[in-house]
Design a protein. Structure first.
Length: 173
């Protein structure tokens, strides 16, 4: 199923498969011991893609697939830190009932075993770098440290930047 905020063209599915495949290849590279830090620069993004539908111009949850791959490969706990302006609803939903994955960013807390493992710090417009750093150091970093993950996955949307026209958080650093 595709929501009304997700547009298709003839290349959409191939692009989604390439993005997901690239992300999985990066996770495999790390899990195989070839590196500790890798970056998958991919489009379309994935953090809005829900387990049962595409959403928010996201077809496949690239980060979610990488997280599941890490868990299936023996990682006990994985933290997902999403710094995109928009809530990573798809990734959060995919692991909403899991205590093995901490999704970060504080709107909802999760359910069942996943209660307390879904952070999402909403920030007001014009928060800027100081507010962002405060949210990260006072909320997200302590939660990640307490969770003590074996692996971390970062979702790095660029729309929190001061030059982005899609948000007004005004981050420069």
């Amino acid at each position: 199923m595709i929501c009304s905020a997700t547009f298709l063209n003839i290349g959409s599915w191939n692009a989604a498969l390439l993005a997901a495949g690239t992300t999985l290849s990066v996770m495999k590279y790390i899990l195989d011991g070839h590196g500790k830090i890798c970056y998958a620069l991919v489009r379309p993004p994935g953090h809005h893609a829900q387990p049962t539908q595409a959403d928010g111009y996201c077809f496949l949850d690239n980060a979610g697939l990488a997280v599941q791959y890490a868990l299936d490969s023996g990682c006990k706990r994985v933290a997902v830190i999403d710094i995109d302006v928009h809530y990573g609803n798809g990734t959060a939903e995919g692991f909403y009932r899991s205590d093995k994955v901490l999704t970060g960013g504080i709107n909802e807390l999760g359910e069942g075993a996943g209660f307390g493992f879904n952070l999402n710090v909403p920030l007001p417009n014009a928060t800027g770098d100081i507010g962002y750093k405060c949210a990260m150091t006072e909320v997200v970093v302590p939660a990640v440290r307490k969770f003590d993950p074996n692996m971390m996955v970062f979702v790095v949307g660029q729309d929190s930047s001061a030059v982005s026209m899609s948000s007004f958080l005004n981050f420069y650093e």
